[in-house]
Design a protein. Sequence first.
Lengths: 213, 213, 213, 213
Amino acid sequence: MKQPEPAGAGEAKPLTDKQQRVLDAALEMFAERGYSGVATNEIAKRAGVAEGTIFKTWKTKKDLLVAVVAPLFFRLLAPRLLEEVRALFLRPWPDAESLLRAVLLNRTEFIREHQRVLKVVLQELPFHPEVRTLATDAIKTRLWPDLRATWERLQAEGKVRADAAPHVIARNIIGAFAAWFLVRYVVDPGDHWNDADEHEQIVRLLLDGIRPR
Amino acid sequence: MKQPEPAGAGEAKPLTDKQQRVLDAALEMFAERGYSGVATNEIAKRAGVAEGTIFKTWKTKKDLLVAVVAPLFFRLLAPRLLEEVRALFLRPWPDAESLLRAVLLNRTEFIREHQRVLKVVLQELPFHPEVRTLATDAIKTRLWPDLRATWERLQAEGKVRADAAPHVIARNIIGAFAAWFLVRYVVDPGDHWNDADEHEQIVRLLLDGIRPR
Amino acid sequence: MKQPEPAGAGEAKPLTDKQQRVLDAALEMFAERGYSGVATNEIAKRAGVAEGTIFKTWKTKKDLLVAVVAPLFFRLLAPRLLEEVRALFLRPWPDAESLLRAVLLNRTEFIREHQRVLKVVLQELPFHPEVRTLATDAIKTRLWPDLRATWERLQAEGKVRADAAPHVIARNIIGAFAAWFLVRYVVDPGDHWNDADEHEQIVRLLLDGIRPR
Amino acid sequence: MKQPEPAGAGEAKPLTDKQQRVLDAALEMFAERGYSGVATNEIAKRAGVAEGTIFKTWKTKKDLLVAVVAPLFFRLLAPRLLEEVRALFLRPWPDAESLLRAVLLNRTEFIREHQRVLKVVLQELPFHPEVRTLATDAIKTRLWPDLRATWERLQAEGKVRADAAPHVIARNIIGAFAAWFLVRYVVDPGDHWNDADEHEQIVRLLLDGIRPR
DNA sequence: AATGAATGAGTCTTCATTCAT
DNA sequence: GATGAATGAAGACTCATTCAT
C-alpha cells in the first residue's frame, strides 16, 4: 500500500511532489491547448519547477506526454476497476435495460473524473504512435474480450437479440453513448441538461429502436 | 456554369494551378501529420513551389489551414448538395428503414470523398476558433434545422416513434453511423469488411433496438 | 526649355508620369518611415504602379533612394538658385542684421518647401555612402566657397568682426538656425509659434551676443 | 554601493558577462550600420553568444535597442551627474564666459564618452516611439527645468542680457555647440583640430555676437 | 513599356534539450 | 536532485529582385 499506483506497469518508484506537480500542470495545459501548443518552460513555470527538472525525470517532451496519458490506461486496466466493470456485467440483471443504464451511469462518472486525460488522449491519438499503441492495446487485450464475452452471454440468455453481431451492437451502443458525452461535455457543457431524462431516452431508444411498435 | 465552383462563397477568383497544388499538398500533409507538425517549407517543396509563393496568397499559415478546410463547408452548404439531402428526406419513403439505409449510403460516399478534409477538421477543431466557427455555423444554421424538421415530419406521419426527442434520436443515429465510419476508415481501414452487411445490421438495430421482440 | 531640369546632371530624359508618381510615393513614405521601413511593393501600390515597373527605371531600391534625394542637391546647385543666394549675399546690405534676417527667411522657405527630402537626407546620410557623397560634394564644392568668400568680404568691409574665423562664425549661425528649424518643424511643429518674433531674437543674439552691453 | 549601477531605474539585477557583451556588440553595430541594418545573428556572433541567448534577456530586437540606449538617459539623469551639472551652474562664476567654457568642456567629455550611444539615439529617434519617449521625457522633466532656472537666475544677476527669451538663448547656445560637435566628431573627426582655440572662439562669439563693437 | 506572379535568401523568434554549478 | 543559463536548429514570414507574358 506504499505505492499509490499498485502494480500494473513498470513504473516502480512513487512520484515525488515536484514530479506530480509537473504531471498535473502538463495535463491541464495539454488539455487546454494541445501537446504542441504548450512549451516546456510554461509547464515548468506552472508547476513551480525549473525547466531542467522536467528532463531529469522524462527524457523528452513526448515521454512526458506518455506519462501524462498512461495512468488513464493503467487505471482502465487496474484489476480493481476491471473487477468493478466485470461485476457490473455479471450481476444477474433482470433485463438489459437496467444493465445499460448502470453502465451509462458508470461511464458518466468515469468520464467526468478523467475528462482532461480523455481529451488529451483523443486529441493526440492521431499523431503519436506511442499513445495509439497504449490505447489499442488496452482496448484489444483487456476491454473487448470481456465485453464480447459478456455480450454473448446476454445473447445466450435471451436478454438481447441474437440475430446481430456483438461488434455491431457494441458499436451502436458505444456510438450513442459517445455522441451523448461529446455533446454533453464538449460541445455544450452547460448546466441546463436533464441528465437522467437524457439517459432514459438514450437507453430506451437503444433497446427498442426508433420504429414505433 | 463557367466557374467550377459555382458561387457559394465570396471567393471570386478561381485558383491558379500553383495555388491548387499548394492546397492539395497542405491537405495531404495536415491530414497525415497535423497542422503544427508540418512546416510551410515542406508544403512548398511538396507542391513544387517557392515558400514565399504560399504567403502571397495566404497571409499566414493559419489562413492556409482555413483555406484547406473551408471548401468542405462550402460544399456541405452548396445548394446542390443541400438539395440532394433534402430530396433524400422528402422522398415518400415507404418506411424509415429505406431512408436510413439511403442516408447511410449517401454519407458513406461523402466521407470516402472528403476523408482527408474531415480528418483535418476533426483534428484541428479543438485548437482553432476559426475552424470551429466554420463548423458550428454550418451545422447550426443549415443542417440541424432541416434534420429536425424532417424528423418531426416523420414522427407526425407515424413512421418513427413519437415518444422520443428528435435530438436524442438524431444523436443515437449519428453516433452509430460515426462509430462505424471511425472503425471502418480510421481504426481498421482494411478491405476485409462486408460493408453491405454492416449497414444492414446497423440500420436494423437502430430501427428495432437490441431487445429481442 | 523642353527639359524641366535644365542640365546639371547626367539625367537626360524627362520623367514619365508613372516614374514621377513612384518618386512622389517613395519620398513621402521614406520621410515617414525611413528607407528600410518601407517595402517596394508598398511604394508600388501607393504610386498605382506594378512592383516590377519600379525596377525597370531604377535597378535597385537604393537607386530609387538616390533618385528621390538627388533633386535636392541638383536644385541646391541649380544655377538659378545659386544665383539667387549669391545675389542675396552680394546686395549692398546696410548691415549684417538685414542680411541675416533675409537669409533666415530665405532658408525658412527653402526648408518648408523641401521638408521631406531634407528629412530623408538627414536620416539616411549615415548609412548610404552614395547619399553622403552627394551631400558633401554639394557643400564643399559649391556652397562653402561662396559662403566663405561672402563672409570674408563682409569682414573686410567691417560689417562683421574680423577677429573670428569664418568657419566658426558660419558654424554658430548655421547651428542657431538649424536648432530653430529642428524645434520649429520637427520637435514641436504646432501653429503656436510667432515666427517673426523668434527670427528677431535669434538674429539679435547672433549679432550682439548674450552678454549684456 | 555593491551594485555598479546605483539604483536609478527599476533594473534590479546586474548584467551577466554575456549580457554585457551582447549590449556592447549591439551598440557598436547599431552605431555603425543602424538598427535595421544589423541582424540579430550577427550581434550574437560578434558577442560570442548563441542567437537564442539574446532573446532570453530581451524579448524582441527592439527591446535590445532600448536596453542599448536607455543607460544614456539613466546616466543623464543619474543623481550624481545631475548634481555635477547643477553644481557647475551654481558655482558663483565671475562671468558667463567662464561658465560657458566650463559647460562646453563638460559636454565635450560627455560626448566623447558616449559618442556611439548618442549616434544610435539620434539615428533611431525618428522611427522608434520608445526611444523618442525616453529622450523627450529626460529632456522635458529633468534637464530643461534646471537649465531654464539657471538661466533666469543669471539674467536676474545681470550676467546675461535680460531682453531675450531663455529658450532662444539656450537654443542658440546648444545649436552652436551641437554644430561644433557634429563637425568635430562626425563630419571631420580628424586630429588636426585645435579644440581649445575653437572653444575660445565659439564662446566669444556667443557672448559678444558677430557684430564688431 | 508594363505587369505581377514567382522566387529564395534572409530575418526575427521559439523551443526542446543540455550541462556546469 | 535541482537549477536555469545557454544552445542552435527550425519555424513562420518578409522583401528586393527577376522574368515570362
